[in-house]
Design a protein around this ligand. Structure first.
Ligand code: ZN
Length: 86
């Protein structure tokens, strides 16, 4: 009987531990996502893509910097040349 009680406690503790681990991973992923969202990307007038500052496609153009999240909200998509999401 006593062993069974300990076993239950142990199972609860292990479950809590696993749950906490999941929550930490989740928080970490969320933090990484928001970090990506706040990363500054660059768009050009009448362009449809958002770029890295170093992209050759926008090198000689007048560019505007804005957070990645905002660029996506405004309908811009990642540039296939500079791949700003990586
Ligand atoms: Zn680009």
């Amino acid at each position: 009987m006593k062993i069974k009680k300990h076993l239950t406690t142990l199972i609860i503790l292990i479950s809590l531990f696993i749950f906490q681990g999941c929550m930490m991973t989740f928080t970490f992923i969320k933090a990484m996502e928001s970090y990506k969202d706040e990363k500054t990307v660059f768009v050009v007038f009448e362009g449809i893509y958002y770029h890295k500052a170093s992209c050759k496609e926008i090198k000689k153009k007048q560019k505007t910097g804005l957070p990645r999240r905002e660029a996506i909200d405004q309908g811009y998509t990642p540039c296939p040349v500079c791949d700003p999401d990586n």
